[in-house]
Design a protein around this ligand. Structure first.
Ligand SMILES: [Zn+2]
Ligand SMILES: [Zn+2]
Length: 557
């Protein structure tokens, strides 16, 4: 990027642009040499089976650390893990304020308390419609509908241009537990032509035509399914979807059923919702201890585990090892959720277990029992028409979503569309330009309690061990090359059948190698070490068809 002294407004995506997850973006304003930065969101991605032992993945904040003095603060759009899950891991070191609405702030505090995290951040409450100043930026939160309370778009104003960072949103005219998207405010943004506007927008559903159905429609369907059920009804959903839980509680009340809640995260989040007055007028949510005392046709159970998490309530119920709750043949189980890619197998396993027990399983395949929290193409077009962006940068998507979103933006007549990825720098204003791979990015893994880069993590070794097992040999030789102790042998993670003993094979190999070497060569520990290493690897490979991990320790006495 050419060094200039003029004021520029730039956008740097550090995570979430090229993937769904670990959202983190920075906006910079000022001449290149003395730019001030604000950060929007600081989320995580969950590690899959390809990363053994890695629970969380987050964007590497190196770029921000290098200019930490000029980083003014972090603004959180909402409290989904992919937007705020890394705050307590990455942000304390910056010692800069975090801005969030009440619900998000309470979620962060509850996460910190629940996980026993010592580090803390300095939280400032943000109120939609009440702009605040952060250096050269004026920031205003705008309420949008999503699948969690208090999701916000951010209008970020600078002297040379404005940004509408949508966060996660949809246009649901009848959401539950949250006000609808503030359409009037969005229209006003379009009417203001004082400075140009860049739209940084959610691409999750850019492949889907039309409009996403309303939360109220889901509520109606759930109510019917609960009312007509002959026996127990259990429902699992995302614990953070307070609106959905409210719909289920209302449906239960209407059907004359009591609600029992099971799962730590549900209790945590509904506790926050109650404290913030979001559950007013609803009947009490009973603890799981009440489960057995309520007649079968008078109960609705709400439980966690919609993603197939092995330790969550529904997985334990399906396995039959829940301490209090059991379902029986003829009960109805509704999955008011969808499986996040990567979790499908676990979710289907649970559904299979329940079906084999005679439980009636209802999923999104059977009716509208779940709805997305993200806009489809029709809603995106509506937003363009209201805010009239000069520039569009699609974010929050895999390349396939970003591409479709970019195409939609162009077809809709947006003058400049920037197809950015993590690590690019987009000069939004003046003279929009994309600078590819301008910024060093990457990922950080939370490996147990250790935060590290992929290279520093133990993943590579763990993966190798998981395929190759481990053979450990230890022996002592004297100066004459005689074996005076050992060989001791440990074999882990290799096949051991009745017909062919791998232990014997390795013992025979060691004996053969020793025998094949004259005593003088055997007394050289390095030579013996490498001969044993190669011999064992080759022999096991010709028997097993895979090379094991081999560690040989030859000691001289
Ligand atoms: Zn979200
Ligand atoms: Zn998201």
């Amino acid at each position: 990027m050419a060094k200039t002294q003029r004021d520029e407004l730039v956008f740097v995506p550090l995570g979430g642009v090229g993937e769904i997850g670990m959202n983190m973006g920075a906006y910079g304003f000022g001449p290149e040499k003395s730019r001030k930065w604000i950060v929007v969101d600081c989320g995580v991605t969950f590690g899959g089976p390809d990363l053994p032992g890695i629970e969380l993945i987050m964007a590497n904040p190196e770029f921000l650390e290098e200019r930490a003095d000029d980083v003014l603060g972090l603004i959180l759009t909402h409290s989904h893990e992919d937007h705020y899950g890394a705050v307590l891991d990455l942000w304390p070191g910056f010692e800069k304020p975090v801005f969030a609405t009440r619900f998000t702030a309470a979620m962060l505090a509850a996460k910190r308390a629940g996980d026993g995290i010592v580090e803390n951040v300095d939280l400032t409450l943000m109120v939609p419609g009440k702009p605040f100043q952060l250096g050269p930026f004026t920031i205003e939160a705008i309420n949008v509908a999503h699948s969690i309370p208090e999701s916000n778009a951010l209008l970020i104003t600078t002297p040379i241009g404005r940004i509408l960072h949508t966060g996660d949103w949809k246009l649901d005219p009848t959401p539950v537990g949250n006000a609808p998207t503030d359409v009037d405010r969005l229209k006003k943004i379009g009417e203001d032509t004082s400075t140009p506007l860049a739209l940084i927008c959610d691409s999750t559903n850019a492949l889907k035509d039309g409009e996403s159905p309303s939360e109220a429609e889901v509520a109606g369907n759930l109510a019917a399914m609960i009312a007509e059920a002959p026996n127990r009804v259990a429902v699992t959903t995302f614990a953070s979807n307070v609106g959905r839980v409210i719909s289920i509680v209302r449906a239960a009340e209407k059907a004359g059923r009591q609600v029992v809640m099971s799962g730590r995260s549900l209790h945590r989040i509904m506790g926050i919702a109650r404290e913030l007055g979001m559950l007013e007028g609803l009947p009490p949510l009973l603890d799981q201890d009440a489960y057995r005392s309520i007649p079968r046709n008078k109960i609705v159970l709400i439980c966690t585990g919609s993603q197939g998490e092995a330790r969550a309530a529904i997985a334990r119920i399906a396995r039959g090892d829940h301490p209090v709750i059991a379902l029986a043949a003829g009960d109805r189980m509704i999955f008011s959720s969808w499986a996040i890619p990567g979790n499908e197998r676990e979710v289907i396993d649970i559904q299979n277990q329940l079906i084999d027990q005679g439980v009636e399983v209802i999923t999104a395949n059977d009716g509208l029992v779940h709805v997305t929290g993200h806009p489809r193409r029709g809603e995106m077009r509506q937003l363009y028409s209201w805010v009239k962006p000069a520039v569009l940068v699609p974010v929050h998507g895999e390349p396939v979503h970003l591409k479709a979103h970019a195409k939609l933006g162009r077809e809709s007549g947006i003058e400049t569309v920037c197809e950015a990825r993590n690590g690019d720098m987009v000069r939004l204003f003046p003279e929009t330009q994309l600078f590819k791979a301008e910024v060093r990015t990457g990922e950080l893994y939370l490996d147990g309690l250790v935060l590290c880069t992929p290279d520093e993590s133990g993943v590579k070794g763990r993966r190798r061990l998981s395929f190759g097992g481990h053979v450990v040999v230890s022996l002592c030789v004297n100066s004459g090359g005689q074996v005076v102790s050992g060989p001791d042998l440990v074999i882990d993670g290799l096949p051991e059948t009745e017909d062919e003993s791998l232990t014997e094979l390795v013992q025979d190999t060691i004996a053969g190698v020793l025998k094949s070497m004259p005593p003088k060569r055997r007394s050289d520990t390095e030579v013996l070490n490498s001969a044993l290493f190669k011999g064992i690897r080759n022999e096991v490979n010709s028997y097993w068809g895979r090379k094991p991990n081999v560690s040989v320790f030859v000691h001289r006495v």
